[in-house]
Design a protein around this ligand. Structure first.
Ligand code: IYR
Length: 228
């Protein structure tokens, strides 16, 4: 039975969830960290299919993220159509070619060297799905009426984080790809004027043998300051 309470004219539902004794909470937090720490950006995908129903679950997990005034200002375009994927690859490689050959600074290119990236983006056709996260700068209904969204970048960034965690949880891998500029995605996917591309994620199984850059993550002391 759901418990509903009207507070100041608005319905609230009773929120109940599991909590854990301190030692168990400590253990759970460590296990979750260890498991999240096994997530890596992968650039080599298998073309093994991933069912649409699984992708739908990932999107619904992402869409459970908190957002400004609960506006959920996002659209997830999920593409398995080979023709659209190849159109996206062509357009992305064109922009990336220009970026790697003049638009990016020497310092930027040097920073990327350990990651081994270049303008070739074969994963855009090999991965079974591309999920393109669009942010909604504002809401637009069928009659063309506009309504505000709030903290759109923060909200969509959070949803993207939830999406990456859901992908990891399903045993799949992703690449956070940011072709730049990426307005070609608006055109190819025929998105309405209130939507702007935010992030492009190829999603699928990793290729049979994958090597990822040997990197370390910053220790706690470098990423946290405690005020006790
Ligand atoms: N957008 C380009 C370049 C690139 C930039 C950063 I910062 C990266 O961490 C990785 C790549 C590309 O996708 O190749």
């Amino acid at each position: 039975m759901t418990h509903i309470k009207n507070i100041k004219g608005h319905d609230y539902t009773l929120y109940e969830r599991d909590t854990y004794p301190p030692a168990e909470a400590q253990e759970r937090s460590k296990q979750f960290w260890d498991w999240m720490d096994t997530r890596r950006t992968v650039r080599d995908f298998s073309d093994k299919p991933v069912p649409k129903e699984l992708i739908e679950n990932l999107v619904m997990t992402a869409s459970s993220a908190p957002s400004g005034a609960h506006k959920q200002p996002w659209t997830f375009c999920c593409i398995s159509d080979a023709k659209i994927k190849s159109e996206i690859r062509k357009a992305a490689e064109k922009e990336e070619y220009d970026s790697y050959n003049g638009r990016m600074s020497e310092r930027w290119l040097k920073d990327l060297q350990p990651l081994g990236t270049d303008w070739h983006k074969p994963f855009l056709e090999i991965a079974p799905w591309l999920i393109i996260v669009f942010k909604k700068a504002y809401e637009l209904d069928a009659e063309g009426n506009k309504a505000n969204n709030y903290y759109v970048n923060e909200s969509v960034g959070l949803a993207a984080g939830f999406l990456l965690s859901a992908i990891h949880h399903a045993g799949l891998v992703a690449l956070t790809h940011t072709p730049s500029p990426m307005n070609f995605l608006t055109k190819i996917l025929k998105r309405p004027e209130n939507e702007r591309p935010f992030l492009l994620l190829p999603v699928g199984y990793p290729a049979d043998e994958v090597y990822v850059p040997k990197l370390t993550r910053k220790p706690l002391e470098e990423v946290a300051v405690f005020y006790e």
